[in-house]
Design a protein around this ligand. Sequence first.
Ligand code: NAD
Length: 302
Amino acid sequence: MTAKLIKGTEIREEILKEIEQEVKDIKAKHGKVPGLVTILVGSNPASVSYVTLKIQTAERLGFHEIQDNQPETISEADLLALIEKYNRDESINGILVQLPLPKHIDEKKVINAIDPDKDVDGFHPVNVGRLMIGGSELKFPPCTPAGIQEMIMRAGIETKGAEVVVVGRSNIVGKPIANLMLQKGPGANSTVTIAHTATRDLASHCKRADILIVAAGVPGLVKPEWIKPGACVIDVGVNRVGEKKSEKTGKMVAILRGDVDFDAAKEIAGFITPVPGGVGPMTITMLMKNTLKSLKFKLGIA
Ligand code: NAD
């Protein structure tokens, strides 16, 4: 069997077009567009490139975008004051603080300072609670898990009653995707198992999975013989395993691999996400969707 590829690059385009249209409609009807501020502290190259992509995507969608770059040396108190300023800014619906932050700043304090109704990353404890309760309480699901669920739904995979096994229990991927999949509702209603470093016999859990979601950060962790024939395999892992010369630019670029042995797994699975080009492109897309949602909540049209 050769698995059907679930391509994040294609699904991203579908969703961005939908958001673009909705932004135009809301602007025509209500005279408002979603407002997003990206706060970048310092100049970590990976953070700069993530923030640049977020800004470019927001601009393409017609959002009001503020790029607020701060020096590495900003004090915690000044950063908290800056967040408070955007909490009060009526034109801003989403506040994005790019992580990681420098060591002298307490990340938890910063996340907790963001108004939960503008926390489009979905990391504030209030939004974690809303996710746990689910239903109409859920406002901003964290972006990578929300993207995973969207991919599963758009690929037409039955989730009701499905055995979902999540490998990884991080607060940004493992725990929230497990929570999303067990809620009652479309694209969920599954029987969920979370596996982690202390799990005994990881293989036996994976073998039961109709939908296997792997977010461990260990290249090739999941072996092809652990995959149930026909299963849907979502590989969240992005691991740098070396470098190669780009055919397009001639520059050295990272070789990326997922947590699943893709070449062998695609012969057994029914559906599989590639790395790169699978889950990766969904994260920023869902950040945009959450920012639009935030404006819709404010306008009472969500
Ligand atoms: P993390 O390191 O915070 O968590 C990894 C989890 O995997 C831990 O809970 C750990 O218990 C579990 N784990 C590790 N090794 C294991 C093993 N051998 N057996 C069973 N469980 C094991 O990582 P994270 O932030 O959740 O990210 C996971 C992977 O997903 C990384 O490769 C990361 O780069 C990638 N990621 C991709 C995106 C994206 O594509 N947009 C977003 C976030 C994370």
